[in-house]
Ligand binder design. Structure first.
Ligand SMILES: [Zn+2]
Ligand SMILES: [Zn+2]
Length: 129
């Protein structure tokens, strides 16, 4: 292609870039890297058994709140070990909900990590001994 065409192409690319920048600016994209993991998570209340969805951003917010709290209360400011993040159940409003995983074979939700930090298991794949 000729020089003029190359310039035209360059301008078109610039235009696209500008349009993309406008789109990004208009959306609430504070951290573009976070967009790569927008999947909703699942919560399971260990008290009333309620199962609910939690947006990834909301989950992150909970983690950050916890981190701030522990920074205030603990000199080290570190998150306590591998303890799972406890969520507030939207149904019974108790802080008894854990992040849940789903068994694709049995279509069952179960806590991803138990209160002691151990990995949870599908109760039907692995019956309690
Ligand atoms: Zn509940
Ligand atoms: Zn299973």
């Amino acid at each position: 292609m000729g020089r003029k065409d190359a310039i035209k192409l360059g301008m078109a690319v610039c235009g696209l870039g500008a349009a993309a920048a406008v789109l990004l600016a208009s959306g609430n994209v504070a951290r573009p890297t976070a967009v790569s993991d927008p999947r909703p998570l699942h919560g399971l209340c260990t008290d009333c058994g309620h199962h609910f969805r939690i947006e990834y951003q909301d989950y992150r917010k909970v983690i950050e709140d916890r981190r701030e709290q522990s920074a205030r209360h603990e000199p080290g400011g570190q998150l306590p070990g591998r303890r799972p993040v406890v969520l507030t159940c939207p149904q019974c409003m108790k802080p008894s909900a854990l992040i849940a995983d789903r068994c694709h074979e049995h279509d069952v939700y179960f806590p991803k990590y138990l209160a002691d930090g151990a990995r949870g298991r599908c109760p039907r794949c692995k019956p309690i001994e």
